[in-house]
Design a protein around this ligand. Sequence first.
Ligand code: NAP
Ligand code: ZN
Length: 350
Amino acid sequence: MTTNVLGYAAQSATSDLAPLHFERRDPRADDVTIEILYCGVCHSDLHTARNDWGGTIYPVVPGHEIIGRVTAVGAKVTRFKVGDQVGVGCLVDSCRHCPPCEDDEEQYCGHAVYTYSSIDPVDKMVTYGGYSEKIIVSERFVLKIPAGMDLKGAAPLLCAGITTYSPLRHWNVQKGSNVAVTGLGGLGHMGLKLAKAMGANVTLFTRSPGKEEDARRLGADEVVLSSDAAQMKAVRGKFELIIDTVPYVHDLNPYIPTLAVSGTLVLVGFLGPLEDALNTAPLVMQRKAVAGSLIGGLAETQEMLDFCGEHGITADVEMIKMAEINHAYARMLKSDVKYRFVIDMASLKA
Ligand code: NAP
Ligand code: ZN
């Protein structure tokens, strides 16, 4: 048995997103059924819709920054009740017993099930994301939204928030740490806010001269234009951590000298092979590292949401109607968004 749901889907790498009726599983005993209120628009949605990384299962309904209201719970659900305001991020399941799952790092499970363009191992059904009217998810992969939090601004926390929070925590950023964020988009603006709230001295690397004022308002103490060699030289040896959110292949070599001894540049964009060879000498000579990081586990995502609740942090969002999604993708490609599009799902049937 399945449930018919309306959403917006891409049928191929070159087609615009358009309305589609598709099937979700009927709820299981541990499932929460969620009416979707808002869904953030992540650059990963665009990468997947256009098959930038290969492997997209079409039709694809993107969307993994989901905020909604619980409309039904299965008999075994204990943490949620009808009417609760909840979130769903990039993961909807995992094997639940491998070492990463046991360490609350489900994102590194070899059998993680992504919110869209994945196959659910139980019923072999394709998963479809949050650009849709409702979603059905095991309660273990559903997050609680802190009371009083603005729900529109909360949506991007489910991906942009956790993807920047997790490396800040993993690399022990604390009061006084020197942290840089590269790229001021959806992830970048959350990185600035979160690093600032952790007490770090925060720098933005940007290729866009017009973003300085916003960056300072969002938490940057310093803004460095990455194309300006003198500005890059002025921050040599400074950063314990750089979080690089740039979505496309770019030369990492200019950033390595700005790391402190033992500093780490962590990539969150899936760049694939680099075009410019990475010079390893400065890594060896100063124990520097280039690393990667993927979203965060469920427990850490809840911790991030609670941290944001305590610190009054949500995303800066631009609300759009569902039918405006193709235009929003075109604008996101031009970095013309301040700083996350969020779809008002009430517009889906309008
Ligand atoms: P976004 O909103 O489009 O922001 C990306 C920013 O990077 C832009 O605002 C721009 O900032 C800079 N940029 C864009 N294109 C560039 C280019 N060609 N060269 C140099 N800089 C460029 O994207 P997002 O949603 O934050 O996502 C960023 C990346 O993270 C995407 O690749 C996405 O797939 C990935 N991601 C990874 C994870 C994970 O778990 N690892 C999770 C979510 C997203 P400036 O104008 O300031 O330079
Ligand atoms: Zn995302």
